[in-house]
Write a new protein. Structure first.
Length: 244
């Protein structure tokens, strides 16, 4: 499987879309830091971790999924792997590892840059140094786990839709769904309880400065179950799909 992972990494290394997304996320980070230039580093970190998945990261995940996963049907990448005798499960596992790793790295750009810039301008603020370190590590770790969970769902959607444009369309729909679900959860107590048990419901929880131990464990369980279920369904679908 090592050869498959190296092949996937090479594809990303030569991907213009990936470099464009890195540049756009960097420029957006600079713009956000300028717009919220009075915020402390801590306040900015909590803000960016929660808001970036509402639009910029959704677009990044959609574009990457469309080009890196859905595009493989059209380019013949999947067919070539199968032709050379690679197991379908290994093909998908290697692609999912590389895809989720890249999503993880891309999701760090905005929080890291904006936090460093605003900390340099206004200090980190908010807490004592020791507790600040714990809070920063916890927020990064939990938020990134949620992003990987969302990325796993994105991977499944990208596998289901063989057309890149359809994949991107679904991700724009996912953004609108996220906004709608948030609004409904604020008005309905019953729906709020259900929503808070989903991966989308963990986004705000991960960046909360007052998160409880119960919420931490719930987030970890929900994220891990989402990742496992999404990848298992992706493998199931791929093994039963005719590759032309």
């Amino acid at each position: 499987m090592g050869n498959l992972i190296r092949a996937e990494l090479y594809k990303l290394k030569s991907s213009k879309i990936l470099y464009i997304m890195v540049i756009l996320l960097t420029l957006l980070s600079l713009a956000i830091s300028y717009w919220f230039r009075t915020y402390s580093g801590q306040r900015m970190m909590l803000l960016v971790f929660e808001i970036q998945l509402m639009f910029p990261l959704i677009i990044v995940i959609g574009l990457l999924g469309a080009s890196f996963i859905s595009g493989e049907y059209k380019s013949g990448g999947f067919k070539k792997y199968i032709y050379f005798g690679h197991n379908r499960g290994r093909i998908l596992l290697s692609k999912s590892i590389v895809y989720l790793l890249v999503i993880l790295l891309l999701s760090v750009i905005m929080p890291l840059l904006t936090t460093l810039i605003n900390s340099g301008l206004n200090g980190f603020g908010g807490t004592a140094q020791a507790s600040a370190g714990v809070m920063v590590f916890r927020t990064f770790a939990l938020s990134l786990l949620v992003y990987v969970g969302v990325g796993a769902v994105a991977f499944l959607i990208s596998m289901l839709f063989k057309n890149s444009l359809a994949t991107i369309g679904v991700f724009f729909g996912l953004y609108n769904l996220y906004v709608i679900l948030q609004a409904v959860a604020m008005k309905s107590e019953f729906f709020r309880i259900i929503y808070e048990k989903t991966i989308l419901g963990q986004i705000a929880v991960a960046s909360s400065p007052n998160i409880t131990a119960y919420q931490i464990w719930q987030l970890i369980v929900v994220a891990l179950l989402t990742i496992a279920l999404s990848l298992l369904l992706s493998v199931y679908w791929f093994r039963r799909t005719e590759i032309k």
